[in-house]
Design a protein around this ligand. Structure first.
Ligand code: UDP
Length: 243
């Protein structure tokens, strides 16, 4: 019997830099990146188009560097370049795993990546390639969570998938508090008013304005990505209250 058609035709996956570092405090972990490739394979085989925004936190973040005295804008540009490095590393691993992919960067790095141009991104997605969106939105003072919301809206993704270390959004830290409760569903205002830290406020506001559903889940949970695109309720859904 043929597998059921996926619920989502096009999704945007946000991976933090940490996801590429495995358990390491810094840098890359090839095994962790190969695990990402393995999670993507059945999703792509099901006919789902995947855009991917990568963070840079395993290499560099602007805000702590600025707190240390660095010029904030310069620090943020270094952070954006870290996301380009991550995208190149993940691209290589995906290609080696037989997954066609392209890096499109919001920051001009012509020697290593195409510029992010919406029509190009859509053409790559339609051709079955994973589009790795690097360089955030190309401006300092933003995060890759905001970039993920922006790109999801830009490419017409019907769901933003935000991977975290835990399997959803909790009312307390589940790693420290065994009584922490996982939310099945939240609306954008609840996330903001309860300071749940799902994404920064700019990203949440953007998602709210465009009624973009965001599913928070644990990428290390095998098969979770596939279950989500098939419509299963995995992790926590942030969505409009009345949808
Ligand atoms: N950044 C930026 N503009 C953007 C996206 C990212 O200036 O549009 C910089 C910022 O310094 C940030 C760093 O890039 O700290 C890495 O991104 P982020 O912290 O979002 O990575 P993650 O936490 O997801 O690994």
């Amino acid at each position: 019997m043929a597998a059921a058609a996926p619920t989502y035709r096009r999704v945007l996956l946000k991976l933090s830099g940490e996801a590429l570092a495995g358990g390491k405090p810094h840098g890359f972990d090839r095994t962790a990146m190969q695990a990402v490739a393995e999670e993507l394979k059945p999703v792509l085989a099901a006919g789902v188009q995947v855009g991917l925004v990568v963070g840079g936190g395993n290499l560099f973040r602007g805000l702590p560097a600025a707190a240390d005295g660095a010029d904030r804008a310069t620090a943020d540009y270094i952070g954006m370049l870290a996301t380009v490095m991550n995208a190149l590393a993940l691209h290589e691993v995906l290609q080696a795993a037989g997954i066609p992919a392209r890096v499109l960067s919001a920051l001009a790095v012509t020697g290593v990546a195409e510029a992010y141009v919406r029509s190009k991104a859509l053409a790559h997605l339609d051709a079955g390639r994973v589009v790795l969106c690097a360089g955030g939105i190309g401006n300092p003072y933003f995060t890759t969570d905001t970039a993920a919301c922006l790109r999801a809206i830009d490419i017409g993704a019907s769901l933003l998938l935000k991977s975290t270390k835990v399997d959803g959004v909790y009312d307390a830290d589940p790693l420290r508090n065994p009584d922490a409760h996982r939310y099945e569903r939240l609306d954008y205002d609840e996330v903001l008013s309860r300071h749940l830290g799902v994404m920064d406020a700019t990203a949440v506001a953007l998602a709210r304005e465009h009624a973009l559903p965001v599913r928070v889940f644990d990428m290390n949970s095998r098969g979770a990505l596939l279950r989500i695109v098939r419509g299963e309720s995995v992790g926590t859904l942030m969505a409009p209250a009345n949808a």
